[in-house]
Write a protein that binds this ligand. Structure first.
Ligand SMILES: Nc1nc2c(ncn2[C@@H]2O[C@H](COP(=O)(O)OP(=O)(O)OP(=O)(O)O)[C@@H](O)[C@H]2O)c(=O)[nH]1
Ligand SMILES: [Zn+2]
Length: 219
């Protein structure tokens, strides 16, 4: 896996002013992004989100999942802390791609859960590869993370790729009537760490994304 840094620019958005770094995985041609805020290269652990692309949730406001809410909450928390980063990885649909995700959603419309739908299409439940994170973080000068995630497999994958995660910061936002079954399946079949007590709050993404300060856990 070879990483090429292409360029960085300012990215002001509703939450603050970030820097957008563009990379290419030269083995696959896939373009990945890092979105950073503040001084992240001072050697201390950095609040971080490793976010897998979800066009429907991140850009089309879909309530079938929690991705858009998590992205927004991560940006808000990073700005509130004054520093942090998001690696935005282009592995749509847990790696099966956008069109296959639409196929999987159709199967879910007909009763399959998110894992069964992938399997019916001939894919594993999760095809993602987080190997690109290591060279991206090395380029950014980041040595250790406080990772915003509910996914213990993501934590394990980070460790397998030699990344130091000193803390898991839960990121449980966005439960709504359209994604209740989906989130429950993630907890029950994929092992996501969801606390029932936090389930659920406001329907509006803005209010929700700005929800309370993150809980902290030692990873
Ligand atoms: N194949 C498939 N992919 C989905 C579905 N819903 C969301 N996704 C994708 O799942 C990815 C996000 O993974 P999740 O399992 O929701 O969460 P995670 O990133 O592993 O864990 P967190 O860090 O806690 O968010 C994105 O790439 C989404 O496009 C679905 O029903 N089927
Ligand atoms: Zn999503």
């Amino acid at each position: 896996m070879t990483l090429r840094f292409v360029e960085a620019c300012k990215l002001p958005n509703r939450f603050g002013v970030f820097t957008l770094h563009g990379f290419e995985d030269t083995d696959t041609g896939i373009e990945h992004l890092a979105i950073t805020h503040g001084d992240i290269a001072d050697g201390t652990p950095v609040l971080a989100r490793i976010h897998s692309e979800c066009l429907t949730g991140d850009s089309l406001f879909s309530e079938r999942c929690d991705c858009g809410y998590q992205l927004e909450a991560a940006m808000r928390q990073i700005v509130a802390e004054g520093r942090g980063l998001i690696l935005y990885l282009r592995q749509e649909g847990r790696g099966i791609g956008l069109l296959n995700k639409i196929r999987a959603y159709k199967l879910q419309d007909e009763g399959a859960d998110t894992v069964e739908a992938n399997e019916q299409l001939g894919f594993p439940a999760d095809m993602r590869d987080f190997g690109i994170c290591q060279p991206m973080l090395a380029h950014l000068g980041v040595k250790s993370l406080r990772l915003m995630t509910n996914n213990p497999r993501k934590l394990e994958s980070m460790r397998q790729h030699g990344l130091m995660v000193v803390e898991r910061v839960p990121l449980q936002v966005g439960r709504n009537p359209h994604n209740t079954d989906y989130l429950d399946t993630k907890a029950n079949k994929l092992g996501h760490l969801m606390k029932p007590a936090v389930a659920y709050r406001a329907p509006h993404r803005k209010a929700d994304g700005g929800a309370s300060a993150p809980e902290r856990e030692t990873a």
